[in-house]
Design a binder for this molecule. Structure first.
Ligand SMILES: C[S@@+](CC[C@H](N)C(=O)[O-])C[C@H]1O[C@@H](n2cnc3c(N)ncnc32)[C@H](O)[C@@H]1O
Length: 343
């Protein structure tokens, strides 16, 4: 695709007043210079325009190995193929190849959010970008939403949630381990890079257990995302905090967790029928006639479950379909829906 900006076919000259009449926003449209950087008020964590001192960039070598560096005037980045001066990167538009002193070639871009979260320091396992994307889309996280999440872990999902709710939304995160909260604070701070180290204005991180802290807080939420070992312990607190129509979502690694969470949500009775799924993403190798799936893939990350909160006192229509034979048989020991007698 060409980088050139296409000219409209019928670009006849117009006077400023004609332009204003044709488009109510035309006269107030920012000049091209205003696009030099993304407005700080957007809290996107993204910059555009020339690379600046203090920014993080990602260097990818010829073998695909990646290095994230923070640009500092006067500093040198040392590689096994010699060094390169940060000053040779500062001031250039990203998307270029730089050659180190011993001839190694490095691709230079600002890291994308999906790249940042898989390379940032980790306290706990992170929600992978493919799953964060599912959560944002399937939980319908919208600008202005109030989202509650626990645990915050390394802050990977937090970054996607903050991106999606924007500065007019709210993300209330709970984490019961202080050392993980500290890691998350640093990661989220590094990604959004607020002026003078300020935190994202939509973020509130509390230390403690969601099941205890959320009821005390009085928070009412549009969405609640649970990424923890025992999300069923938080269903009661989440149900009380969720607004009617709100969504509860759990991200669980094993089938036993999946079953226990789904049955606990069913037993609660104040939610719609839970939906469970997983997403598998497979890369493809595309080269001439060699077009085939890649040899490696991430086979499993976790399962996702969502259900919607009914209005107070309301319940979803009873299921007309009976459970599969043996589903709640003698070997089943988990939570049992009220209308399913023990066999
Ligand atoms: C897998 S990590 C979360 C990763 C995080 N979502 C991310 O994307 O980086 C799980 C975290 O949940 C925390 N945790 C477990 N149960 C919790 C609870 N009931 N309330 C708050 N945090 C909890 C753990 O301490 C751990 O840090």
């Amino acid at each position: 695709m060409s980088d050139a900006v296409p000219t409209p076919p019928d670009a006849s000259p117009t006077t400023p007043s004609e332009e204003a009449a044709a488009s109510p926003t035309a006269s107030s449209a920012p000049s091209p210079e205003a696009y030099d950087d993304v407005p700080v008020e957007a809290w996107s964590g993204v910059h555009r325009g020339p690379l600046r001192a203090g920014e993080w960039v990602r260097l990818t070598d010829q073998k695909g190995r990646r290095h994230n560096i923070c640009l500092e005037p006067g500093k040198t980045f040392h590689t096994n193929r010699g060094g390169m001066a940060h000053d040779d990167l500062i001031g250039r538009e990203e998307g270029f190849t730089i050659t180190s002193s011993s001839g190694g070639e490095y691709l230079v871009f600002r890291p994308l959010l999906a790249e940042f979260v898989v390379s940032m320091p980790r306290g706990a396992a992170v929600v992978y970008p493919k799953d964060a994307a599912q959560i944002v889309a399937m939980c319908d996280i919208f600008p202005g939403a109030h989202v509650v999440e626990a645990g915050v872990g390394s802050g990977a999902l937090t970054c996607s949630l903050l991106r999606a709710v924007g500065p007019f939304g709210r993300v209330t995160s709970y984490e019961r381990r202080e050392e993980f909260a500290d890691v998350a604070r640093k990661n989220v701070g590094q990604f959004f890079g607020g002026p003078e180290g300020s935190d994202h204005p939509a973020w509130n991180l509390s230390l403690g257990d969601l099941a205890e802290e959320l009821p005390r807080s009085g928070v009412r939420a549009d969405r609640i995302i649970l990424d923890m070992l025992a999300p069923w312990e938080c269903v009661e607190a989440a149900a009380d905090a969720l607004l009617p129509g709100g969504i509860i979502c759990a991200y669980v690694a094993t089938t036993t967790q999946l079953s226990r969470f789904v049955e606990t949500v069913r037993l609660h009775g104040g939610f719609t029928e839970p939906q469970a799924w997983e997403s598998l993403v497979r890369d493809w190798h595309v080269e001439g006639l060699a077009v085939r799936p890649g040899h490696k893939m991430i086979g499993h990350t976790a399962f996702l479950v969502t259900a919607r909160r009914m209005a107070p006192g309301e319940r979803a229509p009873r299921k007309t379909r009976r459970p599969a034979p043996g589903a709640y048989g003698a070997d089943y020991t988990g939570p049992r829906p009220a209308d399913v007698p023990a066999e």
